[in-house]
Design a protein around this ligand. Structure first.
Ligand SMILES: Cc1cc2nc3c(=O)[nH]c(=O)nc-3n(C[C@H](O)[C@H](O)[C@H](O)COP(=O)(O)OP(=O)(O)OC[C@H]3O[C@@H](n4cnc5c(N)ncnc54)[C@H](O)[C@@H]3O)c2cc1C
Length: 507
């Protein structure tokens, strides 16, 4: 039986990303009809404002112009993440920070890590990135004349999540003729073989489909509640489980950071995401290590004002993922599939990756499902495991021991065999491309290098050849000079965005 009627349930970022990816792949076939169903009574989560550079390729693929994103989603540019206070303040100082920039630490493709290991006290590892000075000086990654989706250095975006979902929705409806239905599903109907048949809506109507994509957020209505795919709880590896979120006003004259600021505290960290109209700030913590009252107190200290009588949005976070993302005629994406806490903005990234994988492997008939779902399930589970490893890395290699949270995160932590083996390997030698076996390692050697050495990971330095030393020294000098030059020639981030706004108003 040919799969013709596809239902995507959920109108958040995951649902609309799926609608666009399926639209790109399937809209050539006039027999296939894609319908996105969302409930007006169940709002989307509305957080999820930080991305990674892969989002640019996705938006291009969807046919969305960069200018539309910038003009409708309060978007700013993100050149990476600046991690503050993730190391022992007594040893490194309370103002210690490092960057995980969206760039390579290999100037002209040459790995200078050995050189850095032999000279680690003289400069920060993130200074091997051209982004370092550009970010520190709050510069925009693009020139006025830069083509869409390109800058002098690489970048992603921060954006308003609600407006981003609307932009994706408009594109899916107009470009790919995705149908949009506002209904609340009150009952899921099954075939005798246990696969999903359709829905009964709260309005009383019934509707049947051939294939289902569960984007219902943390409620996981189809893959979890209906098909009973177990949730693999990873809260023993990543201890943070709660977020308090707030939106902070900004003045027109305030500078806009061109990065996400991630500041560690005694039981987690704080995200600080600049948009053009406001900041999105969130206090992520482990409720096993900090009470809500302590969290509010610490969050108040960060923001410099008392939050005791302020309405904070409290978001419990389930850390882990579904054992299978695809079962029978249903695949899950977004929070319905899994979540690892917002550090490194992995959620939209994994959703986007899994939605593309699903779209490219979309079964033509019901008979195809068992073959493609087995393949895709392996890929997605592997991706989740490595994403969890990467997020955990930020906690487990810290030398902070100033609270029970940091002691528990760093003293014999529960971790995957892969992470344990890699950490042992990286004590003896520097990470190499060949340490990453699969294209489903979506954080590769360069991402790991920035985090490991941003946090001063103790790799044994190897001997350095004379030529290697002089070539490395020269390449490091050139990179730092170039970064400085760019930071002087590029416009301030705020000024670039303001000029764009004015130009659009005068159009
Ligand atoms: C604290 C926090 C911070 C985050 N920060 C980041 C970040 O910086 N970067 C990042 O990449 N990700 C981040 N994320 C994750 C990000 O928010 C999500 O990946 C993204 O918003 C996608 O959510 P979703 O579409 O899966 O679910 P939701 O936005 O929750 O959407 C669920 C949809 O399902 C529909 N629905 C549910 N039940 C029914 C029903 N019975 N009938 C009909 N419709 C139904 C709802 O109406 C809604 O439209 C963060 C998450 C949290 C919790």
């Amino acid at each position: 039986m040919k799969i013709k009627r596809v239902a995507i349930v959920g109108g958040g970022t995951a649902g609309w990303l799926a609608a666009n990816h399926l639209g790109v792949e399937l809209s050539r076939d006039p027999e296939i009809e894609i319908t996105l169903i969302e409930s007006k009574d169940i709002p989307i989560i509305g957080v999820g404002e930080g991305t990674v550079p892969q989002i640019k390729a996705t938006l291009k693929r969807f046919g969305i112009a960069e200018i539309d994103l910038l003009s409708t989603c309060d978007a700013t540019f993100k050149q990476g993440i600046k991690f503050a206070r993730w190391m022992d303040a007594e040893k490194y100082g309370s103002d210690h920070f490092y960057y995980h920039p969206f760039s390579s630490p290999f100037p002209s493709g040459f790995d200078v890590t050995h050189y850095w290991l032999n000279n680690r006290d003289s400069f920060e590892y993130s200074m091997l990135s051209e982004i370092y000075s550009v970010a520190e000086m709050n510069r925009c990654p693009k020139q006025k004349s830069s083509p869409p989706y390109m800058g002098l250095v690489d970048y992603a975006y921060h954006f308003n999540a609600l407006k981003f979902a609307e932009l994706l929705a408009k594109n899916a409806r107009e470009r790919f003729a995705v149908k949009h239905l506002v209904e609340t599903i009150s009952q899921v109907l099954l075939h005798t073989d246990g696969s999903i048949k359709g829905f009964v809506y709260a309005s009383g109507c019934e509707q049947e489909f051939d294939f289902f994509i569960d984007c219902t957020g943390f409620s996981s209505l189809l893959i979890g509640d209906t098909l009973g795919v177990p949730f693999l709880d990873k809260s023993s590896q990543i201890l943070t489980d709660t977020a308090l979120a707030i939106q902070e006003p900004v003045a027109e004259s305030d500078e806009i950071l061109p990065y996400t600021l991630a500041t560690a505290h005694k039981a987690g960290w704080i995200w600080d995401i600049p948009l053009t109209q406001r900041r999105g700030v969130g206090f992520v913590y482990s409720s096993r290590h900090m009470t809500e009252a302590e969290a509010v107190g610490s969050f108040s200290d960060y923001l410099g004002r008392d939050l005791q009588n302020t309405q904070l949005r409290k978001i419990p976070m389930k850390i882990g993922y579904r054992e299978f993302f695809w079962k029978k005629n249903c695949a899950a994406l977004g929070l319905a599939q899994g979540f690892v806490e917002p550090l490194e903005a992995t959620s939209i990234l994994v959703t986007d990756f899994a939605a593309l994988l699903l779209a490219r492997n979309f079964p033509k008939t019901a008979d195809d499902i068992s073959v493609v779902s087995a393949h895709c399930n392996k890929a997605v589970s592997y991706t989740w495991e490595r994403v969890i490893d990467f997020v955990q890395l930020h906690y487990c290699i810290s030398d902070r021991r100033d609270s029970p949270f940091w002691i528990d995160s760093t003293t014999n932590p529960v971790m995957s065999d892969v992470l344990r083996e890699r950490l042992a390997l990286w004590k003896i030698g520097v990470p190499k491309k060949t340490d990453f076996f699969s294209s489903f390692d979506i954080f590769g050697v360069e991402n790991h290098l920035f985090v490991l050495y941003g946090m001063d990971y103790p790799t044994r330095p190897g001997a350095l050849g004379v030529n290697e030393a002089s070539r490395s020294a020269e390449l490091v000098r050139i990179t730092q000079e170039k970064s400085l030059q760019m930071s002087q020639s590029l416009m301030p981030h705020r000024a670039w965005l303001t000029e764009l706004k004015k130009a659009l108003e005068n159009r």
